[in-house]
Design a protein around this ligand. Structure first.
Ligand code: BT5
Length: 252
């Protein structure tokens, strides 16, 4: 789209680009990307940590303030939109990404990127959505992780140097291509691409969601972006939230 505007703001250090974007959402225009060299309190979901200790990697947030009524927008699927965008970028570099529902990107079963989408409301007024992206580009995180998780970076996978700015440019391009149709039709607009990077169909997984655990075979991802699993006795279940845990893909 020729009139698509995408503003970029660079910080040297910040607690979390998501926290910063949410706290200052009024001062940003629709479609602004904020990135930082370092985050001192990078966040994942459920207050997990996102290790953000080297400027060789990307820590950014996209601030989206759509004009449409937010109730008509696929708010829950923005995470998946950016999963697809990152997967396509990684794939174009000759590295095969694996989308782990709902919000992780792996390469060779090691985590390379994570996405955290947060909506902002003042009372019942919708201010916008902030989609945070952490992508290991040039280096592995140096600090120890807070949970057992194999990690990798683009450099470790393909040995090619890519700057954060080149990746941001690609994010902006793909985002502008998907944006209108995605706002209109939601997950359906990205489903084919999502599934092309989703190696879990037919695999046995467990979904951990607080105290509730469900185990079954992955059947599909629904047009709304829900994970559909078949757990035998109870039949098909559409999963909306949770962490997917799986056996090694090569063995499952
Ligand atoms: C995520 O959460 O994967 C979402 C991460 C979003 C980070 C971005 S960076 C810019 C923006 N500002 C923020 O403060 N956050 C966003 P989750 O699925 O909960 O995964 C968190 C888990 O990923 C941790 O518990 C670790 O196991 C692992 N992890 C932490 N840092 C990592 C890293 N640099 N590379 C790979 N894995 C990491």
């Amino acid at each position: 789209m020729s009139n698509f505007r995408f503003a970029i703001k660079k910080l040297n250090t910040v607690d979390s680009t998501n926290s910063y974007a949410l706290a200052n959402i009024d001062m940003f225009t629709h479609n602004t990307l904020v990135y930082s060299d370092i985050q001192t309190s990078g966040r994942g979901r459920l207050n997990r940590k996102w290790i953000s200790d080297t400027p060789e990697n990307l820590y950014c947030s996209v601030i989206i303030k759509p004009e449409q009524d937010y109730k008509k927008l696929p708010l829950v699927n923005f995470t998946q939109l950016f999963c697809v965008i990152l997967a396509e970028i990684i794939n174009d570099l000759g590295v095969t990404p694996q989308i782990k529902w709902p919000n992780d990107i792996l390469v060779n079963e090691k985590k390379i990127a994570g996405i955290l989408s947060e909506s902002s409301f003042t009372g019942s007024n919708f201010n916008g959505i902030v989609v945070g992206i952490g992508l290991n580009i040039g280096a592995l995180p140096k600090e120890a992780l807070d949970r057992e998780q194999a990690v990798t970076s683009l450099y470790d996978e393909c040995g090619r140097e890519k700057s954060r700015e080149e990746i941001i440019q690609k994010i902006a391009e793909l985002y502008s291509e998907y944006y209108d149709l995605f706002c209109e039709t939601g997950f359906s607009a990205i489903r084919d691409s999502y599934l092309s990077f989703f190696p879990f169909i037919g695999k046995e997984v467990s979904i951990e969601n607080g105290t509730v655990n469900v185990t079954g075979n992955v059947v599909d991802v629904s047009p709304k972006g829900e994970l559909i699993i078949d757990n035998g006795s109870e039949g098909l279940q559409n999963i909306v939230l949770g962490d997917m845990v799986w056996k090694a893909l090569s063995r499952a």
